[in-house]
Design a binder for this molecule. Structure first.
Ligand code: ZN
Ligand code: ZN
Ligand code: ZN
Length: 347
């Protein structure tokens, strides 16, 4: 049976705090207090497109009935919460406003941006909204590409569900056109549930509030319906790299991207080639975690390898079990497996 227990969280909390980041666990409910003063990134999903447990899977990985009743792991996605404070006001007043949200002098309304809108959007947005209850819906969404795990949550923005207003869309041109020309997504534009805010093919730098910037770049991946991109989220103190899906790391300059980053969340879909018996892994190419470890170890220092968190894990990936040899191999070599609810403070 898979074992996701507090051991993983307590181990990682120590490491995360060292890097101004921490994990929100069920038994440490201190997130609200901390989120009142800081902009932050929160990992709200860590799994490959098919989810975990995965439709129809009767193998050991998805056998635990508790996983079906109460899913704890969601499809790969990142939330960015930006707290906008009026810096002209003195700091004591800012402290006061956090106690008294009726004071209108200072804008503390947080903004939520999503990086990919997964089919698990409901619990994922709940996760962010519970810490930011004044947010009715996301301010904006950044999309990597048109594979099911990365945008199928969007229809829930429509009038059958949340009925959002003018949620800003940031994506590359083919991705935008694909959404505009195909239902049910096309209706979201007609009803202004979402609006195109920036075509990243024209300008790949997006300036958000509070000096936070998002840079995007194209990556090599199966591009049936859209391009595929990665994102770099930058604050004054922290740079976060996000590449959930890529065919291999040899066609982009991944080494300098990781060197420049504080954290790198990158494709760790499969651990090795034995993971999908009966399916040709070449049809669904991804860099295998085992190979990536050898590659990065030969190019990066131990400290730089420690920035790497493998994400977008397939339900079959043995690294989902912290007692597995695979998980221990990753940790022993100084790399990390991403943790649901990991938070990174951006201030
Ligand atoms: Zn994917
Ligand atoms: Zn499974
Ligand atoms: Zn994909």
């Amino acid at each position: 049976m898979l074992n996701f227990n507090n051991e993983i969280n307590s181990t990682n909390i120590t490491n995360f705090y060292d890097k101004t980041c921490y994990t929100d666990t069920a038994d440490t409910d201190n997130t609200t207090e901390l989120s009142n003063s800081n902009s932050y990134i929160k990992i709200i999903g860590t799994i490959q497109d098919g989810g975990y447990p995965s439709l129809g899977c009767q193998k050991k990985c998805c056998k635990d009935e508790e996983l079906w009743k109460t899913p704890k792991y969601f499809v790969s996605s990142i939330g960015l919460v930006i707290k906008t404070k009026n810096t002209n006001k003195d700091k004591d007043k800012v402290k006061d406003i956090n106690k008294d949200s009726n004071n209108e002098d200072i804008d503390i309304a947080p903004k939520i941006y999503l990086f990919d809108v997964s089919p698990d959007i409901k619990p994922q947005f709940y996760n962010l909204q519970k810490e930011n209850p004044s947010c009715k819906y996301p301010t904006g969404v950044f999309l990597t590409h048109a594979h099911v795990g990365h945008y199928l949550g969007l229809p829930y923005f429509g009038r059958e569900a949340l009925n959002t207003k003018n949620v800003e869309l940031y994506a590359y041109n083919r991705m935008i056109k694909f959404l505009q020309n195909n239902g049910p997504f096309s209706q979201l534009f007609k009803l202004s549930n979402i609006i195109v805010k920036q075509d990243l093919s024209q300008n790949n730098i997006v300036k958000l509030e509070h000096g936070i910037e998002v840079e995007s770049f194209l990556v090599n991946h199966r591009d049936e319906y859209s391009e595929t991109c990665g994102f770099i989220i930058k604050s004054k103190t922290t740079i976060v790299l996000f590449i959930p899906d890529i065919d291999n790391f040899t066609e982009i300059d991944i080494i300098s991207l990781i060197k420049k980053s504080t954290y790198a969340f990158i494709d760790g879909t499969f651990y090795n080639e034995h993971e999908l018996p009966g399916r040709n892994i070449k049809e669904i190419p991804h860099p295998l975690i085992f190979d990536s470890i050898q590659f990065f170890k030969s190019k990066l220092s131990l400290e730089e390898c420690g920035k790497i968190y493998f994400t977008h894990l397939n339900h079959t990936n043995p690294c989902l079990d912290i007692n597995s040899e695979a998980y221990n191999y990753v940790k022993k070599n100084g790399f990390n497996i991403v943790n649901e609810n990991m938070r990174i403070d951006l201030n």
